[in-house]
Design a protein around this ligand. Structure first.
Ligand code: GDP
Ligand code: IMO
Ligand code: MG
Length: 419
């Protein structure tokens, strides 16, 4: 059987958590393939709201196996907090959450290095989530990383060696820190992690597929934050695109089935870096207010702008998206008219291809479409869509050349229309 992939097509926070939760009943296994606690995946149902960071978003659907894949970086201290929040609300996880032995650990010193590096960069900072993501993936690639499987083999020695190395790096910065305070929570987290099944995830996933099982692969961040194809250097440190599902779970490209590409009906970004369609006017503030665009991890206000079809066409191609999912349609409910960027004008030349340099001289070329000015949040089926909304969907499908198969009209699990 095949692995279907869900990933974000913009700069993250598209609504991946909600859609994974909605689609999970169709699969036996949900597996996160990259990122770490920089992610914040929000799920709402039955009047409750949860924000997941490292735990896959299939966790609330009964009887499903949830796997934290080898491509993920995991901070035991934050993992423990996340597990405890779910346990306090009555969800037992130990029987259905497994962690890959090959997932890398985020050490307390990775977090310190992230903070020290950001501070040293001043105005040029990346605006990271401060979760130690960059330093942890750097250690992975430079072959200094510690993995979950290491917890069971002379771990203390390996940990001290890594910390010594990190302290030397921290000495290069003008940065004060309290490591023992962080370490206490971290080692408590390690003990919590050991309550879970620590598995050879690639074998478990392959065996499951051989036996005819289905897998939903959950991405974090978005393709415009991809380490190779995103707005470098203002990106995260992992492969957020579809290829990351292969390396982050141990599946071959031939095992990928559907690729669900998720986007907001407009666009947001949090942190620094280029954003060609960003709005600094009342419309931008209206998107932020109506969409409650404040980061689920850091609480930072998200930057808001119109939908960018140049960037979307690019990320759809890179990922081989077969089905599109449009989120937060209701956020545009009040707008008299809606703009969509169909091309960029760069040095007077119009282009539909995403240029190498996204920072200088880009002027978005917009088309304007009439808004629907109706309440979408109560809509139950496609038949109830206002005409202007149908026109917006058709326009996007024609521009993007992929069908929009799911439309989200509110944060709740139930506010989802499958077409
Ligand atoms: P993720 O990181 O891709 O999982 O997305 P986030 O959870 O960070 O951000 C999406 C936010 O939008 C969350 O607060 C969701 O509850 C909310 N959300 C998801 N879908 C919709 C929708 O269709 N309408 C509205 N108004 N909010 C939504
Ligand atoms: P989800 O999965 C939105 C952004 C940060 C920063 C850059 C690098 O919830 O969509 P990092 O901490 O990864 O080194 O930060 O990436 N970023 C996200 N933006 N959603 C996310 O995750 C993000 N994870 C990282 O704001 O600009
Ligand atoms: Mg998020």
């Amino acid at each position: 059987m095949k692995v279907d992939v869900i990933l974000g097509l913009q700069w993250g926070d598209e609504g991946k958590g909600k859609v994974v939760d909605v689609l999970t009943p169709g699969y036996e296994m949900v597996a996160r393939f990259q990122g770490g606690p920089n992610a914040g995946h929000t799920l709402e149902f039955e009047g409750k709201k949860f924000i997941l960071k490292s735990i896959p978003s299939g966790i609330f659907q009964e009887g499903k196996i949830n796997v934290i894949g080898n491509g993920v970086v995991i901070d035991p201290a934050l993992f423990k907090l996340e597990v405890e929040t779910l346990e306090e609300s009555g969800h037992t996880l130990t029987d259905r959450l497994c962690i890959s032995k090959k997932a890398h650990l985020i050490l307390p010193t990775h977090r310190l290095l992230d903070a020290a590096s950001e501070k040293a960069m001043g105005d040029a900072k990346i605006g990271t989530t401060g979760r130690g993501i960059g330093p942890a993936y750097t250690d992975k690639i430079s072959r200094h990383g510690l993995r979950v499987g290491d917890l069971f083999h002379d771990f203390e020695t390996k940990y001290r060696k890594a910390v010594l190395r990190h302290k030397e790096m921290l000495d290069q910065y003008d940065f004060e820190y309290d490591l023992p305070g962080l370490e206490k929570q971290w080692f408590e987290g390690v003990e919590k992690m050991k309550e879970f099944q620590i598995i050879d995830s690639e074998h478990v996933i392959q065996r499951h597929l051989d036996e005819g099982g289905t897998v939903l692969a959950e991405g974090a961040q978005g393709s415009m934050l991809d380490i190779d194809f995103g707005s470098y250097p203002f990106v995260t440190s992992s492969t957020t695109s579809c290829a990351g599902a292969c390396t982050g779970l141990g599946i071959s490209p031939r095992q990928i089935g559907e690729v669900f590409g998720i986007f907001k009906a407009y666009c947001t970004r949090v942190g620094s870096g280029p954003f060609p369609t960003e709005l600094f006017d009342d419309d931008g503030q209206r998107l932020r207010d109506n969409g409650n665009e404040y980061g689920s991890v850091t609480g930072r206000p998200r930057r808001c702008g119109w939908i960018d079809l140049v960037a979307l066409r690019y990320t759809i191609k890179l990922n081989g998206v077969t089905k599109l999912v449009m989120m937060k349609s209701d956020v545009l409910d009040e707008f008299e008219s809606i703009k969509a960027c169909i091309a960029y004008r760069v040095n007077g030349q119009e282009t539909e291809e995403l240029p190498y340099d996204l920072e200088t001289g880009i002027e978005p070329v917009y088309v304007e479409l009439p808004g629907w000015q109706a309440d979408m949040t109560k809509i139950q089926s496609e038949n109830e869509f206002p005409e202007e909304f149908n026109n917006y969907v058709t326009f996007l499908e024609e521009e993007l050349e992929v069908p929009i198969t799911i439309v989200s009209v509110g944060p709740d699990r139930a506010q989802t229309i499958i077409r």
